[in-house]
Design a protein around this ligand. Structure first.
Ligand code: DGT
Length: 147
């Protein structure tokens, strides 16, 4: 059972309500391009291209969580900007509240510490690569924001 599966079972026992997990992600912008990373094997949605980020841990603000994730995943020290977009998405076992922040300034060069591969793409290329369903539903808004 996945960690989310366990969390879900516990929540069912505790409250009979689904667990909702906050996830923070970064739209890292360089000129006209945005950075996406390929999710590694052994993780949910392996092989799909995502905006770097992850789950908020206990005691962290959303901005602190995103700065930590970008340090861990890409090895950069990022200045987390404004929230651009938020959405909810239900997976079979769990729901996520996905919050997208803008990142325009950082120190260091992003490296694929966590992802199989990183790439800088133009917003319109998002329509041609495999991305999480949660992001695909928002694609028109994401492309509008990035254009
Ligand atoms: P997991 O999901 O249990 O395999 O654990 P992690 O550590 O791979 O997941 P993490 O911390 O990246 O959590 C983010 C969750 O949100 C993950 O299940 C995938 C989902 N998600 C949907 N769209 C995005 C996105 O654009 N970026 C990120 N980072 N996650 C996304």
């Amino acid at each position: 059972m996945t960690s989310w599966g366990r969390a879900y079972s516990l929540s069912i026992m505790a409250s009979k309500r689904p667990t909702w997990i906050p996830v923070v992600t970064a739209m890292i912008r360089k000129g006209d391009h945005v950075l996406v990373g390929k999710r590694p094997e052994g993780h949910t949605l392996a092989g799909q291209w995502e905006f770097p980020g992850g789950k908020i841990e206990i005691g962290e603000s959303p901005e602190e969580a995103l700065a930590r994730e970008l340090q861990e995943e890409l090895g950069i020290e990022a200045e987390v900007g404004e929230i651009q977009l938020a959405c909810t998405h239900s997976y079979p076992e769990v729901g996520i509240l996905l919050v997208f922040f803008e990142v325009r300034f950082w120190k260091g060069e992003p490296k694929p510490v966590h992802h199989t591969e990183l790439k800088w793409i133009l917003p319109e290329e998002l329509a041609k690569i495999e991305i999480p369903e949660a992001n695909r539903r928002l694609l028109p808004k994401i492309m509008e924001l990035l254009s």
